[in-house]
Write a protein that binds this ligand. Structure first.
Ligand code: UD1
Ligand code: MG
Length: 485
């Protein structure tokens, strides 16, 4: 690998991308958790080049910021006007000087290109002692691409653009990918000699091939094994198609690593996702960002997990989660919303219609139904009754609530923070708890019930309620009279 380590990889990304019809520059559109320029830079990085160069133009500020974010040490070269791919490379050699060694050129809008393919290109280039080596492909519909013109010996002679091609040349199905490995010194010299006498009046990088051949240098080529790799993305239809291909590639790798993907067609993963062995990802599930799924965990159906860590053997059904973590063997769902800094302990259970924000739920604790947990610490083994609300906000500030180990919070409790229910303490159902409950105490905070004797019979005469009460009343009165004996 170090043998054919490039001196530079140049990524062309100055084009406008009109067909995206977007306010966002084309190369900043994302697929599988990474922008298109990010994919190109990742593939380039895998070659371990001495320099990474990105040519920017349209949307230079936004694209430049993304490049700087991903690779602060990358060289950014501005191409003010997009006068062609040759012009773009000339801006690089004029700004950085000739770069001796292998110079790989690729595009910022080819997210399916694998680094292995670029590596092969560089290796073939080095081994052949070539002036330039072109990555080509045989595509079903070559319209629009530059065509590879070979001589009788089968050697690459030149590349002709579609707009400049004769009908015979247009019939050629071997196309130019736009990726090349150059001898950097030869490139810097030849790029100055590229003319603009073509259908588009542009400086074509492709013309460098014929120039180097005329100078007597060797021209090599690598035909991409998978033509899909060199397909550029020009509109959102192609973006969706590329996303599908990339996602399939990622899922395939996870499956080969021992992950069960029940329905690949409805499962979406980012490049930054890690999934442990024997995990099972069920349908309609999207795993985003730095999400880590532990061994044997079962996720889905219907989960959207972003930057979330799921422990081994946990089970999640119908979950939305961002920047949260779930302990081993915990069970969540259906219908749980985990917000940033939700930490669910090992073996804990968080059930139906529960929202958790910036809270830690201890090992084995249960929050089974209809609850909001915010800014809380819940001890191990605690039980939070149905409909409990952690009232963490007083209209101005957020306050914490602490629930002790094996505490029992009765159904429909409102915990008005800041408040503590200590280890082993209880709260009575329907309480509004404003004062701390000491370990082992029962906190009751609600009005005592009073029954107004015969109220319905007196005030709702003639209704079905009164009639039902009338029928029940003699028997009930008799039985309470019995009790009284
Ligand atoms: C180019 C090739 C063509 C090849 C095709 C593969 C040339 C002359 N033609 O054609 O042989 O089959 O790619 O997709 O090279 N760019 C700049 N600055 C410019 C012009 C382009 O940075 O002034 C960038 C674009 O952002 C894009 C890439 O270069 O990422 C290709 O440009 P594009 O205009 O799409 O070239 P094609 O006409 O498709
Ligand atoms: Mg193009």
């Amino acid at each position: 690998m170090s043998h054919s380590r490039p001196a530079a990889v140049i990524i062309l990304a100055a084009g406008e991308g009109k067909r995206m019809k977007s306010r966002t520059p084309k190369v900043l559109h994302a697929l599988c958790g990474r922008t298109m320029i990010g994919h190109a830079m990742a593939a380039a990085r895998d070659l371990d080049p001495e320099r990474l160069v990105v040519v920017t133009g349209h949307g230079r500020d936004q694209v430049g910021a993304e490049v700087a974010r991903l690779a602060p040490d990358a060289d950014r070269v501005l191409q003010e006007q997009q006068l062609g791919t040759g012009h773009a490379v000339r801006m690089v050699t004029e700004s950085l000087g000739a770069i001796p060694g292998i110079v790989v050129v690729t595009y910022g809008d080819m997210p399916l290109l694998r680094s292995q393919t670029l590596q092969e290109l560089a290796s073939v280039h080095r081994a052949g002692g070539n002036g330039v080596t072109v990555l080509s492909a045989r595509v079903p519909d070559p319209a629009g691409y530059g065509r590879i013109v070979r001589d009788e010996a089968g050697t690459l002679a030149r590349i002709v653009e579609h707009a400049d091609a004769t009908p015979a040349e247009q019939a050629i199905d071997e196309t130019n990918s736009g990726c090349y490995a150059f001898d950097g010194a030869l490139l810097a010299d030849a790029i100055k000699r590229v003319a603009t006498d073509n259908a588009q009046g542009q400086e074509y990088l492709t013309d460098v091939i014929a120039i180097l051949r005329a100078d007597g240098h060797r021209i090599g080529s690598v035909i991409a094994a998978d033509a899909a790799e060199i397909e550029g993305v020009n509109d959102r239809v192609q973006l969706a198609a590329a996303r599908r291909v990339l996602n399939d590639r990622l899922l395939r790798q996870h499956m080969l690593n021992g992950v069960t993907v029940v329905d690949p067609a409805s499962t979406w993963v980012d490049v930054t996702v890690t999934i442990g062995q024997d995990a099972e990802i069920r349908q309609n599930t999207q795993l985003e960002g730095v999400t880590v799924i532990g061994e044997g965990a079962r996720v889905g159906p219907n989960c959207l997990l972003a930057d979330t860590t799921v422990g081994a053997g946990a089970e999640l059904v119908n979950i939305v989660s961002r920047q949260a973590s779930v302990g081993a063997r915990a069970t969540l769902g259906p219908n749980v919303y985990l917000r940033p800094q939700a930490v669910i302990g090992e073996g804990a259970h968080v059930g139906c219609y529960v929202e958790v924000k910036k809270s830690t739920i201890g090992a084995g604790a249960k929050v089974p139904h209809l609850t909001y947990v915010g800014d809380a610490t819940i001890g191990a083994g605690a039980n939070i009754g149905a409909g409990t609300i952690f009232a963490n906000y007083d209209g101005q500030s957020k306050w914490p609530t602490t629930i002790g180990e094996h505490a029992f919070v009765g159904s429909n409790t409102v915990l008005v923070a800041p408040v503590t229910v200590s280890d082993g303490a209880y709260t009575a159902a329907g309480s509004a708890i404003t004062d701390d409950v000491t370990a082992g105490d029962l906190g009751v905070a609600r009005g005592r019930q009073h029954n107004s004797d015969g109220w319905v019979l007196r005030n709702r005469e003639g209704t079905r309620s009164a009639a039902a009460a009338g029928r029940a009343r003699p028997a009930q009165d008799a039985s309470s009279a019995d009790e009284g004996e």
